[in-house]
Design a protein around this ligand. Sequence first.
Ligand SMILES: NC(=O)C1=CN([C@@H]2O[C@H](COP(=O)(O)OP(=O)(O)OC[C@H]3O[C@@H](n4cnc5c(N)ncnc54)[C@H](O)[C@@H]3O)[C@@H](O)[C@H]2O)C=CC1
Ligand SMILES: O=C(O)C1=N[C@H](C(=O)O)C[C@H](O)C1
Length: 269
Amino acid sequence: MSHIPGIAITGASGRMGQMLIRTVRDSDKARLVGAVERKGHDWVGRDVGEAMGGAPLGVIVSDDPLEAFAPAQAIIDFTAPGATLEFAALAAQARAVHVIGTTGMSEEEIAALEPAARHAVIVRAGNMSLGVNLLTQLTKKVAAALDEDFDIEVIEAHHHHKVDAPSGTALMLGEAAAEGRGVALADVSDRGRDGITGARKRGDIGFTAIRGGDIVGEHDVLFAAAGERITLRHVATDRAIFARGALKAALWGQGKQPGQYDMVDVLGL
Ligand SMILES: NC(=O)C1=CN([C@@H]2O[C@H](COP(=O)(O)OP(=O)(O)OC[C@H]3O[C@@H](n4cnc5c(N)ncnc54)[C@H](O)[C@@H]3O)[C@@H](O)[C@H]2O)C=CC1
Ligand SMILES: O=C(O)C1=N[C@H](C(=O)O)C[C@H](O)C1
């Protein structure tokens, strides 16, 4: 058996799935050993490289995750919350590292990952890029340095296919700002303003979501006070940054103790 970790990719035909397959294909540190799509998808049964319109990669797209995970040391999963919960149990069964990029998971769904994390490594982050994870640290610092005279607003923009809001990244940034302020985000979060909302509540952290065209992902953390404003900004122009981070997490997780980790752990920030 090769000592190079085998990786299975779920949601193989998706925007991130295809980017991940290209990233693993081009890496000399990992091997593509599995590709999963949902039952009934027209890629199932085809070579994943050919389905992507390129050369064959010797990996057939499967709708049986257990079969696809069997030869893998890591599963990289950017799909949907229900699918991710199912994959967590199967990845734990295979003792494979489960890298979760899926966003839009509820508190209950996140809590339901815990049994799997007793048996295997899970690395989960709403954004796998180096830049955004660095931005969370900066956000925490700035929020800790400023008092509530500065209103904090998180503004995010994404492509028109995105199904969840606020984005996973916006929530990470909101959590970082709340942590910097020493408050719980759940107590101060202000989402979905519409109509006669009343004046802004001091200390709240607000969220705004823009959806349009092919925007890959843009996030601003605005600190607005009387007479001055600070904006921390990250702009993603290429999904490769997320795929590179996810592959890094899959390799980092090899040999680690079972448990839940995030990209701050992986990147050592
Ligand atoms: N953490 C991060 O850095 C990033 C996270 N994301 C998140 O990744 C997720 C996917 O994003 P996209 O690739 O843009 O979406 P997409 O809609 O293009 O792809 C999702 C894929 O998952 C597949 N899928 C759904 N249920 C499945 C199941 N039960 N079994 C197998 N495959 C299944 C779909 O058929 C589809 O191919 C979203 O939650 C998004 O927010 C996206 C980019 C970066
Ligand atoms: O759905 C996307 O595309 C993205 N989702 C993640 C999020 O919800 O923050 C990360 C990135 O912004 C792209």
